[in-house]
Design a protein around this ligand. Structure first.
Ligand SMILES: NC(=O)c1ccc[n+]([C@@H]2O[C@H](COP(=O)([O-])OP(=O)(O)OC[C@H]3O[C@@H](n4cnc5c(N)ncnc54)[C@H](OP(=O)(O)O)[C@@H]3O)[C@@H](O)[C@H]2O)c1
Length: 328
């Protein structure tokens, strides 16, 4: 495993990590979740990503049970949660958002579900237009000082809001966000590559990036339709299917067709090439993988070997065959 510093912080995260969005507690039961976490840890993965909203808390419960059952040394792995959307099916106003109240309640609930004494990383899952950013910075600073959280960060915040949080924290001697969790893959590049560009040097921001395979699209598995056992066939995820597959000539499968073909011509799995491509960006601290079965996880973890042996220019050349969703 390769380890990278999370931005300017001293935290060393495995370059590949594992998340549980729509998998644990939904597509994947406790037994398979246990196998996935055990295999990832054995391969050197030291970061497991979660959120209050995943499975309305069930994803954190499954991960917490598995981490406890495996008896992994607490100082050998990092676990995260995220606050914003709430864990209730229909959250009341105090059960969601980034108010001091919900940030504190969500942290306490995540600690219980994950069965840990502290969260290594705690993310504000989206920016909250209903809460002053200063209130959220103060709430996160307090959790860090109380020892309940070690590092806090943001997820999909606009760059100017991250900057406002960092400046407020800097001015008042508070603990600033040190990491952002954005989507980053061959189809979604501009936020990480352009919008956040000034933040890396100025604030030492790290990134834990999500959906490296665009929910599986970049494996090539959706080129000939949607298999019944795949993510995009799950009921309740029609919105995701529409976003990933889209329609017409600029549909997801159309955008990635040349990439899938060129990867296969080069003799590499498109999934591995897509993940290796993410690792080529030095501002990516860790690429969060998703997997519903061990074979997928193994294939994806092997992207690291590909990254280490393949010429970067060649990875980028084949990656350029994808037409990104936004410019840049
Ligand atoms: N902060 C945020 O807003 C946010 C948003 C989304 C995700 N995340 C985090 O990022 C993590 C990863 O995101 P993601 O799950 O969307 O990652 P992804 O790599 O884009 O998609 C993973 C899914 O693709 C399929 N897959 C993976 N490897 C495959 C392979 N080798 N061959 C065929 N199919 C394969 C599997 O689904 P099927 O087997 O079901 O088809 C798997 O669950 C999440 O778990 C979560 O922790 C964060």
């Amino acid at each position: 495993m390769l380890y990278r510093r999370m931005g300017r912080s001293g935290l060393q995260l495995s370059a590949l990590s594992l998340g549980s969005w729509v998998t644990f507690g939904r597509q994947v039961g406790r037994g398979d979740a246990r196998s996935l976490i055990a295999a990832a840890f054995d391969a050197g993965v030291n970061f497991f990503d979660n959120a209050e909203v995943y499975g309305h808390g069930e994803s954190e419960r499954v991960m917490g049970d598995v981490l406890a059952d495996l008896r992994l040394p607490r100082d050998a792995y990092c676990v995260s949660s995220k606050v914003f959307f709430g864990s209730a099916e229909s959250p009341r106003p105090t059960q969601r958002g980034l108010s001091r109240k919900h940030v504190a309640d969500a942290c306490h609930a995540a600690l219980r579900r994950l069965r840990v004494d502290y969260l290594d990383l705690f993310f504000a899952h989206r920016a909250d237009p209903e809460t002053p950013v200063e209130e959220t910075v103060l709430a996160m600073d307090l959790l860090v000082r109380q020892g309940k959280v070690l590092y806090w960060g943001t997820s999909e915040w606009p760059a100017h809001t991250i900057e406002a949080a960092c400046r407020f924290a800097g001015k008042h001697g508070l603990i600033a966000p040190s990491v952002e969790q954005p989507q980053y893959n061959l189809l979604h590049r501009s936020r990480v590559e352009l919008e956040y560009a000034p933040l890396y040097a100025e604030f030492g921001l790290g990134t834990t990036t999500w959906s490296p395979l665009a929910s599986g699209l970049l494996t090539g598995k959706y080129q000939d339709g949607i298999a019944a056992d795949s993510r995009l066939a799950q009921s309740g995820l029609e919105w995701l299917r529409d976003a990933v597959i889209g329609e017409g000539e600029r549909s997801g499968p159309q955008r990635v067709a040349r990439f899938v073909e060129q990867a296969r011509v080069a003799g590499v799995a498109p999934a591995q090439l897509a993940i290796a491509w993410c690792l080529c960006n030095p501002h990516v601290s860790t690429v969060i993988l998703g997997a519903t079965r061990i074979a997928q996880l193994q294939e994806n973890l092997d992207a690291l070997a590909l990254f280490e042996r393949m010429d970067r220019a060649e990875i980028e050349r084949i990656g350029a065959a994808v037409e990104p969703v936004t410019s840049g």
